[in-house]
Write a protein that binds this ligand. Structure first.
Ligand code: GCB
Length: 602
């Protein structure tokens, strides 16, 4: 068993390294786990910025911050006297000039520090969308690609006593070989969108750990602790005071310690979102977490939570607070979104289409809401472009690494609506296998939408789902695809009949307050039309035998520049059950009643 665990640990270590090194010469380090529990100095607040639509800052080398020495030194940039932006936060919603901006913004922040001898310092970003080049005191620390996952740099050697300057070149231009690629149906919020922290640690510290129930078990924890530093060979303990657990182990010469113990847990569930205070201790460091223990698995065509069949009453959510028309980033944003989800009767949220901020994940867990966590491998990804599969790999690792101790997270979703091709199949099958290696305890899926719908028969032609734990299907019957017969008579034709099915999207647009008018065209944007889609869909759900969950598109209207109808959309995707002001549309009540009618112990 010991060998097996060490092998698993080796997979984490080796694969993180190899995926990083293959597409970036100076790359960020993968972030340490559980940042909120560390000794952090927060760098949030006002940052000075230079807006750089032409990329002139690159050749002027603005990170060097040259200052004029004599009157005839004409240096054509300066952070001093320029605008300020809030961090965290997208830049588009903070200045009218930046509303549709997709390009470079340079950010600058100064800080004083006095690092005691023997301590280490890390600069940690919760997320920067999309490319970040990070400089400290005029020198490049490294780069990170990907807008929704954390990364860090160790700055122990670089940090100066007294004043230091961080400059970040943030670029949110769409890339053909980016993830997501050029086209996506959400707003491209750029900027330093999540918290920035300095994290001080001891020389040897607890870098990471995985403490979850072993697959299929309700009482056995199987995991590991990983130390970082000079002193890797240490005694390590896991304490759960409430359960009187005091498990002791030792790390090996690579700083890896196996964790394996049993206890009588009150299992986490939506009805009882029990979290335990867990103390992870080495000789040189202590990290405290709140961890839940639960089992999630499939057997045949059913999903089981803690051994009980569960129907996922889901809702899709974008990481956007519609009331501010801005990227969501705080615990209070998360509270608004998740309180709505609760009121709707949901027991799960699909955090579309990328990993949301950690407040959202942790609050959902606390509130008893299961989470579907996803990476932005979305629609037209260029699977064959050089480096793309490495980027997918890295994003999957960064998501799993951050959220793997959250019992609320039950699903890793690795893509949404990709077109069939051998390149795509290979890439997604490989990614699924790697994800399963990293974490065998959760369900893995990819969302597919390649269906044929003729004579009221819906045939799923994309059979990639054979490789996943659940079959996740998006269908827009009643909206993009007109009904071809009564909804309750739709026949579902699946090639693979031994897995649970979840409808991961359905819905239609409605402008709040728009009702059937004398003109026909108005019907398609009215609340009544959206309401009818929900009624028809609910009628159809009743006929799908292996249906284990539904997840409508989506909780609230959200910004999407491609939605250009000047009257009904005006830059918003209107498929929300709530308007951009939080008003409930008629369809809200249909879904709520449906969820209330489902006899589910969760
Ligand atoms: C989809 C996508 C989702 C879109 C939605 C829509 O299938 O997965 O991201 O925004 O349709 O509104 O059309």
């Amino acid at each position: 068993m010991k060998n097996k665990v060490i092998k698993l640990l080796a997979i984490w270590g080796v694969l993180i390294f190899s995926s990083l090194s293959s597409f970036n010469s100076i790359f960020a380090q993968s972030a340490m786990t559980n940042v909120p529990a560390r000794h952090c100095i927060n760098l949030n607040g006002k940052w000075q910025v230079i807006i750089d639509p032409t990329g002139a800052g690159d050749w002027r080398q603005v990170w060097q911050e040259k200052k004029p020495e004599k009157k005839t030194d004409f240096i054509e940039y300066s952070f001093e006297g320029g605008p300020l932006l809030n961090v965290p936060g997208d830049f588009n919603s903070q200045m009218t000039e930046l509303k549709y901006f997709e390009g470079t913004v340079w950010y600058k922040k100064t800080f004083d520090y006095n690092l005691d001898k023997g301590k280490r310092l890390f600069l940690h970003f919760g997320a920067v969308n999309y490319l970040a080049n990070v400089y400290l005191n005029g020198n490049l620390l490294g780069k990170h690609e990907g807008g929704f996952t954390p990364f860090q740099f160790e700055i122990t050697k670089e940090v100066k006593k007294g004043g230091n300057t961080i400059v970040v070149r943030v670029n949110n231009q769409r890339l053909k070989d980016g993830i997501p690629g050029l086209g996506y149906d959400w707003f491209n919020w750029g900027g330093i969108t999540r918290d920035v922290n300095l994290i001080e640690t001891e020389n040897s510290f607890i870098n990471d750990y995985f403490i979850q129930l072993k697959k299929h078990s309700y009482n056995e924890v199987l995991g590991w602790v990983k130390l970082n530093g000079n002193n890797l060979y240490q005694s390590v303990s896991i304490k759960i005071p409430e359960l009187k657990v005091d498990y002791k182990t030792r790390s090996n010469s690579e700083g890896l310690a196996e964790v394996k113990f049993t206890s009588k847990f009150k299992l986490w569930s939506p009805g009882n979102p029990k979290l335990y205070n867990v103390i992870i201790e080495s000789e040189t460091d202590t990290v405290t977490d709140y961890i839940g223990f639960r089992s999630i698995e499939t057997r045949g065509t059913k999903i089981y939570l803690n051994g009980n069949p569960v129907f996922l009453k889901g809702i899709n959510i974008h990481e956007e607070n519609p009331l501010r028309a801005a990227r969501a980033f705080s615990e209070s944003d998360a509270l608004i979104l998740l309180t709505w989800a609760k009121e709707l009767g949901c027991n799960m949220v699909r955090l579309a289409h990328y990993p949301h901020n950690e407040y959202m994940i942790r609050l959902a867990e606390k509130m008893g809401i299961m989470v579907w966590d996803e990476i932005p491998v979305y629609q037209q990804i260029e699977f064959s472009a050089p480096g793309v599969t490495d980027k997918m790999d890295l994003m999957m690792r960064e998501m799993v690494s951050r959220d793997k101790n959250r019992s609320g997270v039950i699903i890793w979703s690795l893509s949404n609506e990709t077109n069939t091709s051998p390149g795509r199949d290979n890439a997604l099958i490989t990614l699924t296998d790697k994800c399963r290696h990293l974490d065998s305890t959760r369900l893995i899926t990819s969302v597919i939408n390649n269906q044929d719908y003729k004579n009221n028969i819906l045939s799923v032609v994309d059979t990639l789902y054979r490789h996943f734990d659940i079959i996740s299907l998006n269908e827009y019957l009643g909206w993009y695809v007109p009904w071809q017969g009564p909804a309750r008579n739709v026949k579902w034709n699946l090639v693979c009949k031994d897995k649970p099915i979840v409808i991961s999207e359905f819905g239609g647009e409605a402008l709040y307050g728009s009702n059937y008018g004398p003109k026909d065209e108005a019907a398609f944007w009215s609340e009544e039309y959206q309401e009818q889609i929900y009624k028809d869909q609910v009628a159809m759900f009743g006929t799908i035998t292996d249906l284990c969950g539904v997840c409508p598109w989506l909780l609230a209207d959200y910004r999407s520049s491609g939605r250009m109808h000047p009257v009904y959309q005006n830059g918003w995707n209107r498929k929300g059950l709530l308007s951009d002001r939080g008003d409930k549309k008629k369809a809200w009540y249909i879904l709520k009643a449906y969820y209330e009618s489902i006899n589910n112990i969760y």
